[in-house]
Design a protein around this ligand. Structure first.
Ligand SMILES: NC(=O)c1ccc[n+]([C@@H]2O[C@H](COP(=O)([O-])OP(=O)(O)OC[C@H]3O[C@@H](n4cnc5c(N)ncnc54)[C@H](OP(=O)(O)O)[C@@H]3O)[C@@H](O)[C@H]2O)c1
Length: 773
């Protein structure tokens, strides 16, 4: 900083008098600070007129958004005082809504006296071009629109105390001390965006996305692979642009893209708004209201709340911060009051005022003190977790950032290995439980990593903001206004604010949520709707109706036909082919089935049918899940058309055929000698082929797929499951169980009991084992 603000203050400032009759333009009123400011203007400064710049969202117009805003809890005391109708009627009378965006600022009124520019991109790590677009160009667009309107208002720019960047020690209120060229940085950000988009289309990069997509979605089919590959590309672009913003900010001495672009905006304001009175307000970390509009009022979750909640849930086992460093928090009503006082004090054009609105200068709150208060609060009011009861708040050792980073890396590595193991284990309800708990741990680690990376520069920074100018502004207030609009941070009683106001306010919604969820309800039994034939119920076979797979069923059919050495050789050959088949199946289930079915070459087709009817039917029926049979019958009883779609070959579905109205199965080609050729006359319907078949038939037959049902066990069946309104995952593999959990699809366990009867004789098992060694 180059100089302390030389603020032209006059003692006895009365905000209400200074702003009476004034026309204010406020941006960002749908955000946290802007909403609190608007409320205060409407409630306490009744002689003002306010123009708000609001962007439409979806089909909701700017005016409707503003009306909805006035129904929110922040405006409760206004509604209590003036009545809901009168508050709604403010739109169009005291409030003039401008429908617009900072990217494209509409024509502004020429009689604006004060502009408070609150709108901004406040996420710490936006893609680099987005940070510049909103924080820098949005500000320049607003200033240009004011110039076009020939308005010469007092321009109050809401910035952040952290524009000071990564430094240690005292930070005074004044122009930032740097020589970074905001025009050059902004142009570079645009070039980086274009370069990253181009790089994402490079052939090598595209091949990489495709390879990864095939690995994860190959079994579903080419459309799913293509969609996934494009999603990977878009994600990669976003990540690269976020990284570019963060790294550019750090190389220039800022913590992140947010503070970097806010700093660039300040310099742009200083250099372009030379003919306007300019005030730059720099709040530190803004948290819930101490008293106004009501104690604890907060809009959305800001900086500390996710951490406070994670700590209460037991998900924040330690912290990288320095325990005796201060965390600079300021309640939102102090910020609003300071902004209003700043609006009421006009500096000369070309000589901006700077106010840092913070607490650390004269009433520091250390991390340790904050931790003690939050811990104490949770010790008396623990959060309840479903299945876990009251959570004991963790005890922090404050091991330092390096140790926390080591522990986090260790956790991430362990999680990755465990995930690899669980994904390759045979499916069972136990492996699904393991996967679920791993996913929970994964989310917790992701959370820690994200917040650790984002907040590390803030919690390690030992910045001491001075607020001499802000204190002078506060002291210039008339005593009555100092009482009503005060913002002296020294008056904040942290014990009361943190434990009595802020933490209760941020935990209340969570308590209401988990309180509702923890009530155990009886499972709802849904009656199947009756149908006149327009509803269908589609079932997969292997893994769904019965715990089997094509390799097993191949052995059922082929082994009885063979004898002695050939039988042992066949088992050994199959065992050797298994790893290759498994790899193929992950990429392309159709290719996998074809390569298994090639082994039927030479088999006598009629003999296969005889083996099914005489030997295999009992095994199949013995393994058929009773729950599956019940479900098929229920659908039939409700008048639904029951359909079996399977990759198995036609002879193998003979035992279950009576259950279904229609069967879609693969079938083997037979030569003139009655022997299988190893090729197929009807290929297996797999992956998205199943979804496509169902949609095609539904269109032709008039089936109502939105009301129909599908039951399947594997992620390769996702296109089939997604084609109906009632998908059910049956004993799902890990990938499907994850999708089902996210989509809240029912998951049923039809194969809780082990299969009845040995599939292979002990002779076969020995042969299989010896072939592996
Ligand atoms: N919160 C803090 O702890 C903190 C601390 C220091 C400084 N500040 C500063 O205070 C100001 C307000 O922050 P906040 O916490 O209130 O943020 P917020 O809750 O995220 O609100 C951001 C506001 O900006 C609007 N906005 C964003 N992009 C826009 C665009 N392109 N065109 C028009 N409006 C746009 C948003 O409108 P939509 O509703 O349409 O998205 C919203 O009204 C920011 O300048 C921030 O840098 C905040």
């Amino acid at each position: 900083m180059t100089r302390v603000t030389d603020c032209p203050l006059v003692a006895g400032l009365r905000i209400t008098d200074a702003l009476a009759g004034k026309h204010l333009l406020v941006t960002g009123v749908t955000g946290f600070v802007g909403e609190a400011l608007l409320e205060r203007l409407l409630y306490d400064l009744t002689d003002t007129r306010i123009t708000v710049l609001v962007r439409p969202r979806g089909t909701t117009t700017a005016e409707d958004r503003t009306r909805q805003l006035l129904t929110k809890s922040a405006f409760q005391r206004l509604r209590d005082r003036d009545g809901a109708e009168a508050v709604d009627a403010l739109v169009g009378t005291r409030i003039h809504v401008l429908d617009g965006d900072l990217d494209n600022v509409p024509a502004l009124p020429g009689d604006i006296d004060v502009v408070v520019h609150c709108a901004g991109e406040v996420s710490f790590d936006p893609p680099i071009h987005e940070g510049f677009a909103t924080n820098l160009h949005g500000t320049l667009n607003l200033l240009a629109a004011l110039a076009d309107a020939q308005a010469a208002p007092h321009y109050v720019h809401v910035s952040t105390a952290y524009v000071a960047g990564r430094r240690q020690g005292h930070v005074t209120e004044g122009r930032l001390d740097h020589n970074v060229d905001w025009r050059a940085e902004s142009a570079a950000a645009t070039r980086v965006k274009d370069a990253v988009h181009d790089a994402s289309r490079d052939a090598t990069k595209l091949a990489e996305f495709l390879r990864d997509a095939e690995r994860s979605h190959g079994a579903e089919g080419p459309t799913a692979v293509a969609a996934e590959a494009e999603r990977l590309r878009v994600d990669w672009v976003a990540k690269e642009l976020v990284d570019a913003g963060r790294e550019r900010a750090r190389t220039l001495g800022w913590t992140d893209c947010y503070t970097f672009t806010k700093a660039m905006a300040e310099r742009a304001v200083e250099e372009t708004a030379v003919n306007l009175p300019v005030t730059i307000c720099r709040p530190s970390i803004i948290e819930s209201a101490l008293t106004q509009p009501s104690p604890g009022w907060i809009e959305g979750f800001k900086m500390a709340e996710p951490l406070i909640l994670a700590y209460g849930r037991g998900d924040l086992p330690d912290f990288p911060g320095v325990p005796d460093a201060s965390i600079d928090i300021i309640p939102v009503d102090y910020v609003v009051n300071a902004i209003l006082a700043a609006c009421a004090t006009t500096p000369p054009p070309g000589s901006p005022s700077y106010f840092t609105i913070c607490s650390g200068a004269r009433n520091p709150l250390t991390f340790r003190h904050l931790y003690d208060l939050v811990r104490e609060y949770y010790s008396h009011h623990p959060l309840e977790q479903r299945d876990r009861g009251a959570v004991r708040p963790p005890t922090w050792d404050w091991p330092g950032a390096q140790r926390v980073e080591q522990l986090l890396k260790l956790g991430e590595r362990a999680h990755k290995s465990a995930d690899r193991v669980v994904t390759s284990l045979p499916r069972s309800s136990r492996t699904r439980d393991w996967a679920r708990s791993l996913d929970r741990q994964g989310r917790r680690l992701d959370f820690l990593r994200r917040y650790f990376d984002l907040y590390r520069p803030y919690v390690e920074a030992e910045l001491h903001f001075s607020d001499d100018a802000t204190l002078a502004l506060h002291r210039s207030l008339d005593p009555a206004d100092a009482e009503r609009f005060g913002f002296d941070a020294a008056t904040i009683d942290w014990d009361h604010y943190i434990a009595g106001v802020h933490v209760p306010a941020v935990t209340t919604p969570l308590r209401a949520f988990t309180g509702g969820r923890s009530v155990k309800r009886d499972p709802v039994v849904h009656e199947l709707p009756r149908s006149d034939g327009s509803l269908v119920a589609v079932f997969d076979m292997d893994g769904t109706l019965l715990p089997s797979n094509v390799i097993e069923s191949y052995l059922w059919l082929r082994l009885p036909e063979l004898s002695g050495a050939r039988r042992a050789r066949e088992i050994a050959d199959v065992a050797r082919a298994l790893p290759r088949w498994l790899l193929t199946e992950r990429r392309d289930r159709g290719a996998f089935l074809r390569s298994v079915y090639r082994r039927y070459a030479g088999a006598d087709y009629d003999e296969l049918l005889r083996i099914v009817d005489e030997d295999v039917t009992d095994t199949v029926l013995g393994r058929l899940s009773a729950a599956a049979v019940r479900k098929v019958r229920e659908h039939r009883a409700a008048g639904h058309r029951t359909i079996l779609i399977t990759g198995a070959i036609a002879p193998l579905v003979r035992p279950v055929a009576p259950l279904f109205d229609e069967i879609v199965a693969a079938d083997l080609a037979v030569g003139p000698d009655g022997r299988c050729t190893g090729f197929l006359v009807r290929p297996p319907l797999v992956g998205e082929g199943r979804g496509a078949w169902l949609k095609h038939r539904a269109a032709r037959e008039g089936w109502d797929l939105a009301g129909s049902y599908a039951y399947a066990d594997s992620a390769s069946d996702l296109p089939l499951l997604r084609a109906v309104g009632h998908p059910v995952a049956v004993d799902p593999d890990i990938a499907l169980s994850r999708v089902a959990r996210r989509a809240k699809w029912p998951v049923e366990n039809w194969h809780a009991r082990p299969p009845v009867g040995p599939l292979l004789g002990s002779r076969d098992v020995r042969a299989l084992e010896s072939s592996r060694t």
